[in-house]
Write a protein that binds this ligand. Structure first.
Ligand SMILES: NC(=O)c1ccc[n+]([C@@H]2O[C@H](COP(=O)([O-])OP(=O)(O)OC[C@H]3O[C@@H](n4cnc5c(N)ncnc54)[C@H](OP(=O)(O)O)[C@@H]3O)[C@@H](O)[C@H]2O)c1
Length: 246
């Protein structure tokens, strides 16, 4: 296990699902963790309760990453409360699936705003701070949808492909400052996000996965923690797939 004692990690959408798995893995590895969420106060309270043994290392903040003003306020809080941070995991994401011809304009914009613009806003403020430290790790969560495209996911796939391009560009911009920027691409991970999949579709997806099962948040977290570690110093602009071989 990597050692993150003395380091601070920000995990967006860290109160549920994959983000929760990532935040909990950082806590177990000794990091201070600042988790954000958008609206589900009950899940945030549950996160706090589940991780009460790490209470002094947890800061939970409501911050809608799709709103520039929220993100600006969030980083004002970080500047006021902490001497800095080393790690940003841009994990927050939503799905609003519909075939393109039937997709509402709002479904297009909502998904692009949270999944792609949110990463731009968070990274913009984060790099200003990380550049001063001349050290940093940014990990963005993309999806196989951005690589292959899936029916009904033109908005989600476009956002996730955009994340890969943003990651590669930013990696080049900040490499000289000791900051690495990478993506992790989880396959089907058992979380609320894919709970609505009909059984038939779920079965057909599992049949296509060489490991014949959906993944777990902690399996994605293991990869995120490697990329966030000092040992991953020569990895940047990359996408690591955690897909069971999909
Ligand atoms: N699950 C999969 O199979 C899978 C596969 C590939 C990629 N991914 C990606 O992995 C990431 C996490 O997915 P998940 O399955 O863990 O999702 P999830 O279980 O639905 O959890 C989403 C988390 O993101 C937060 N969030 C949503 N909108 C937000 C916003 N506007 N601002 C800040 N936080 C926001 C949620 O906060 P609230 O609790 O307040 O709603 C929640 O904490 C996403 O980027 C997703 O696209 C997931």
């Amino acid at each position: 296990m990597h050692d993150f004692v003395g380091q601070t990690a920000i995990v967006t959408g860290g109160t549920r699902g994959i983000g929760k798995g990532i935040a909990e893995s950082f806590l177990k590895a000794g990091a201070r963790v600042i988790v954000t969420y958008s609206s589900n106060d009950a899940a945030a309270a549950q996160f706090k309760q589940d991780n009460s043994e790490f209470a002094e290392n947890i800061d939970i903040q409501k911050c809608d990453v799709s709103k520039y003003a929220d993100v600006e306020k969030f980083f004002e809080h970080i500047d006021k409360q902490y001497e800095g941070f080393e790690i940003l995991v841009n994990n927050a994401g939503i799905r609003k699936d519909a075939v393109l011809a039937m997709m509402r304009e709002s479904e297009w914009h909502d998904v692009l705003n949270v999944n792609l613009s949110g990463i731009f806003y968070m990274s913009k403020f984060a790099v200003m701070s990380l550049m001063q430290r001349r050290y940093g790790r940014i990990i963005n969560i993309t999806s196989p949808s951005g690589k292959f495209g899936f029916e009904g996911q033109a908005n989600y796939a476009a956002a996730k492909a955009g994340i890969v391009a943003l990651t590669k560009s930013l990696a080049k911009e900040v490499a000289r400052r000791g900051i690495t920027v990478n993506c992790v691409s989880p396959g089907f991970i058992a979380t609320d996000l894919i709970q609505d999949l009909p059984d038939e579709l779920r079965g057909s997806y599992i049949a296509q996965i060489p490991l014949k099962r959906f993944g777990k948040p902690e399996e994605v977290a293991a990869c995120v923690l490697f990329l966030a570690s000092q040992e991953a110093s020569y990895v940047t602009g990359s996408t690591v797939e955690v897909t069971g071989g999909l």
